[in-house]
Design a binder for this molecule. Structure first.
Ligand code: AMP
Length: 427
């Protein structure tokens, strides 16, 4: 019986891993250039941690299980809650701001399709401490800087403010826990469900209509803010939230960020978001076009810590990769061996291994371990695109040399074993 992968999971072959590692490397570099340090948390956590303020959608798609001691555990569906737990356990007394990033696998029991998997990777940051709008702006700027460094061209940034939406609901008499299903329906674009919920929660007609109108506001910043201000005239609490949002957008200017769209219809599917929320789309990816989501949130108190301002984002790592590939971006150089060391004679494999060990100090190389004929070994080097073949023969060895063959031109020359360190590959 042959085994297959569990549904919704993937195997990654060396070429793809090289591309993934390259993208990871660029992300790390950009995150670190903004002062973020990498953290790693366990792949599974307590079910309670994962479900605290996580949102209906996350709970529905959870992989959860009991361990042998009957503990309820869950595979992490995202990393913000685990990282907040880590902050409370390990970093809460550290000087502020605390700036951390992560790259890790996540698990959701969703219906697999292109760009949607049951095991996928997120790369994200959390910024903990600063209560100012500039912090929220920094995470948006960082997400955009990362995509720019990766060379992604076709991406759209939509920024909204969940505080505005929550405050409209609050003024309409809706408590926080009842606001969450409303946010979920908005996030999913389920209009009928949303209207039904507002009806059920007996939200007054006026608040209802303000909410439904504001959700439709999307476009360039000045235009949308003008319309929102007019719509919210006289609603002091909501206007205060809108002003907070305007300060975030103003701070984005300091980071040189432009070209985004203001979209007051963004709600995000997780219950912990509070203020600025943003999503980045790569339209080429079709249905699963969202490559990043983030904003400001409040989670530490729910997890038993002290309140502290927090914001961050998570890239859907796999989707960023798909978006880059869809644009034909070259992701990193060729990582394969640059030379194949071939013993040209039965008893020369040991010598070939010795030569390869010294060559490897300057050039990634592989020894032909198959003990096959030279022509076959050359064919193998050709099929793998290995540019040099180092032939170990009796005659050459007697002169203290090896034969180096350039696979592109077919030219061969003797090289002293001690000079092998200086051979170059002409690509
Ligand atoms: P979320 O934690 O739901 O805000 O998701 C953050 C990002 O992770 C999204 O913008 C997606 O790019 C990505 N993502 C979420 N679920 C999946 C999935 N099942 N497969 C691949 N990527 C996903």
């Amino acid at each position: 019986m042959a085994f297959t992968r569990p549904r919704g999971t993937r195997d990654f072959l060396p070429e793809e891993m090289a591309r993934r590692r390259y993208v990871e490397g660029v992300m790390r570099e950009v995150f670190e250039s903004f002062g973020y340090g990498e953290v790693q948390t366990p792949t599974f956590e307590s079910l309670e941690l994962i479900t605290a303020k996580s949102g209906e959608d996350i709970r529905r798609h959870l992989y959860h299980f009991k361990d042998k001691a009957e503990r309820d555990l869950a595979l992490r569906p995202e990393l913000t809650a685990p990282v907040m737990r880590l902050y409370i356990n390990e970093l809460k007394r550290s000087p502020k701001p605390v700036k951390v990033y992560y790259i890790g696998n996540c698990f959701r029991y969703e219906e697999p399709q292109s760009g949607r998997y049951r095991e996928f990777w997120q790369a994200g940051v959390e910024l903990i401490g600063p209560p100012h709008e500039e912090a929220e702006a920094e995470v948006v700027a960082l997400a955009m800087a990362t995509l720019e460094r990766l060379g992604l061209e076709g991406f759209e940034v939509h920024i909204g403010h969940i505080g505005v939406l929550r405050r409209i609901l609050e003024d309409g008499g809706v408590r926080e826990e009842d606001q969450n299903p409303v946010m979920n329906a908005i996030d999913k674009g389920e209009e009928a469900a949303l209207k039904g919920l507002l009806e059920k929660l007996q939200v007054p007609e006026e608040s209802r209509s303000v909410l439904l109108t504001i959700l439709e506001l999307e476009g360039p910043s000045r235009e949308v803010l003008g319309k929102a201000r007019a719509l919210l005239a006289g609603r002091t609490g909501v206007l205060e939230e809108l002003e907070r949002f305007e300060r975030v957008l103003c701070a984005l200017g300091f980071f040189g960020v432009e070209g985004y769209r203001v979209d007051l219809g963004i709600a995000r599917g997780l219950d912990y978001y509070t203020g600025t929320v943003f999503e980045i789309y790569a339209p080429r990816l079709g249905a699963q076009k969202q490559i990043c989501g983030g904003g400001s949130y409040s989670l530490t108190e729910t997890l038993g810590g002290a309140p502290v301002p927090t914001c961050g984002f998570a890239f859907g790592f796999d989707r960023v990769l798909l978006a880059l590939e869809a644009e034909g971006r070259k992701l990193g150089g060729d990582k394969g061996p640059k030379a194949l060391v071939v013993p040209a004679g039965k008893d020369l494999l040991g010598e070939a291994i010795r030569v390869a060990a010294s060559l490897r100090k300057s050039l990634p190389c592989e020894v032909d371990l198959m003990k096959r004929k030279l022509v076959k070994a050359l064919g193998y080097a050709d099929s793998r695109g290995i540019p040099l073949v180092v032939i170990i023969g009796e005659e050459e060895l007697a002169k203290g040399c090896v034969l180096v063959r350039d696979m592109k031109t077919g030219a061969q020359r003797d090289v002293k074993v001690e000079d092998l360190g200086s051979i170059k590959v002409h690509e």
